[in-house]
Design a binder for this molecule. Structure first.
Ligand code: ADP
Ligand code: ASP
Ligand code: MG
Length: 417
């Protein structure tokens, strides 16, 4: 390599939404390229991917995965070429690569492919020529040449994967907010920016709906110990939030029980009502759903009454149609009275490594919801998170109530003072 370190920068949709934004991205890139070999990963411009999904649905409400990937991957191809043209105009050597050219090999699982390997020779060849390499995020190619995509928001994962493959010294995720906050700052303006967050907590927040980072990118960053930052394209001098090992956060800050609140409004609830209370029913339902690739999240089973029970669970809204079809077939087999479903739900969750072994956190969360007049429909907990399913209309009110309850607008030091 020409320089002794390599840096990966990723720019999301709003960071490349128009020509001015792309010029700003190139300014940042040029500055970074003075000190390191530079790889830039970009997303589709603005809401281009949403528009492509909408376009596909004008032809087919459930497009085949392969064809959808053919279409969606074009979004990122537009951006890489424009960034390269802009850098050329500024007098810099740069080359754009789509994922097949950049060696992003994935499994063949359309619309949600995982990266198997990155064959870095081509990227390294260009870096050795002193070129800035611009890679299309979100996409890959199977060993047999089929185009895949990694799932919505997947460009973050492309960036971290390439950082791992190239042993980059840093992977900066540039976006439209200046870091990771205690909750979505667009919903709760008093949310506080975190200087540091652990991989573990970030992974939970991302998996629970905080879309600032794609969950798989955090998983990869943790696995490969990637020096990961979230920062703003529009405040390039601000260092944003660093995602680090838990021990680093613990040493540097007094830990609060709750670190952040996430909200996922893309959930739906489905219930089997009046199922006979006998062994094997849950197994039959969830086995079939798993075989048809429907992921289940929160599950609730009622106490038996008159020999029957109700089993309810949540799925991602995108899978509701499919899940209802399967449930209706299963209802006959398991002898359910009826199937009910509801899309007007949201999942609000608290996350915090500091809640481990600290009793009373769940009670505090529930009481904040009760005091705000919000009914909890389902609850699920794990070591460092607690989630509640509530009505979608009440989700913002719920996040505000929980955020206030745990004083998240203030750091621990401020609370002590
Ligand atoms: P990009 O297009 O750059 O990938 P995304 O829209 O995917 O950006 O992610 C950034 C958005 O994530 C922010 O605009 C913000 O609304 C949202 N967000 C949700 N939770 C958080 C959080 N805890 N901290 C910061 N941003 C958050
Ligand atoms: N363009 C893709 C999407 O909108 C990937 C990404 O932005 O990360 O989901
Ligand atoms: Mg994103």
């Amino acid at each position: 390599m020409l320089k002794d370190k390599t840096t990966v920068l990723k720019f999301g949709g709003s960071s490349v939404a128009n020509a001015d934004c792309i010029k700003q991205v190139c300014e940042i890139a040029v500055r970074e390229s003075e000190n390191a070999n530079l790889v830039i990963v970009v997303s589709a411009m603005g809401k281009a991917t949403d528009s492509l999904v909408k376009l596909a649905k004008e032809f087919n409400p459930l497009p085949e995965g392969r064809e959808l990937d053919m279409l969606l991957s074009t979004g990122e191809q537009v951006t890489v070429s424009l960034v390269a043209m802009c850098l050329h105009q500024m007098g810099f050597k740069a080359i754009s690569l789509v994922a097949s050219q950049a060696g992003f090999i994935t499994e063949r699982a359309h619309n949600r492919a995982r990266i198997a390997q990155i064959k870095t020779d081509r990227i390294e060849k260009h870096l050795n020529l002193g070129e800035i390499v611009i890679v299309a995020g979100f996409q890959g190619i199977t060993e047999d040449g089929e185009i895949t995509t990694l799932g919505r928001g997947g460009s973050d994962t492309s960036a971290v994967a390439i950082a791992a493959a190239l042993k980059a010294e840093r992977c900066d995720i540039y976006t439209d907010v200046d870091g990771v906050y205690t909750t979505d700052p667009r919903i709760i303006p008093e949310a506080r920016r975190l200087d540091l967050i652990s991989y573990e907590e970030m992974l939970e927040l991302a998996s629970l709906g905080a879309k600032v980072l794609h969950p798989r990118s955090v998983e990869l960053a943790k696995k490969y110990n990637i020096n990961l930052r979230v920062r703003s394209t529009f405040k390039p001098d601000d260092l944003g939030t660093r995602v680090v090992k838990l021990s680093e956060v613990r040493n540097m800050e007094l830990t609060q029980a709750v670190t952040g609140v996430a909200i996922d409004d893309k959930q739906a609830k489905l219930g089997f009502m009046g199922v006979p209370d006998k062994p094997g029913i849950a197994c039959k339902i969830f086995d079939r759903l798993a075989k048809e690739n429907v992921s289940i999240d929160v599950i609730l089973q009622s106490i038996p009454r008159d020999g029957v029970i109700d089993i309810a669970f949540t799925v991602q809204q995108d899978y509701l149609q499919k899940a209802v079809r399967i449930a209706e077939e299963l209802a006959l087999e398991v002898g359910a009275d009826k199937i009910v479903f509801d899309e007007n739900i949201a999942k609000v969750s608290i996350v915090g490594a500091g809640m481990l072994n600290k009793p009373g956190i769940a009670a505090e969360m529930f009481s904040s919801l009760y005091n705000a007049g919000i009914n909890i429909q389902m609850i699920t907990t794990s070591e460092i998170k607690i989630s509640c399913i509530i009505k979608i209309e009440e989700s913002h009110k719920a996040v505000k109530a929980i955020h206030d309850q745990f004083n998240l607008a203030y750091s621990k030091e401020e609370i002590i003072v």
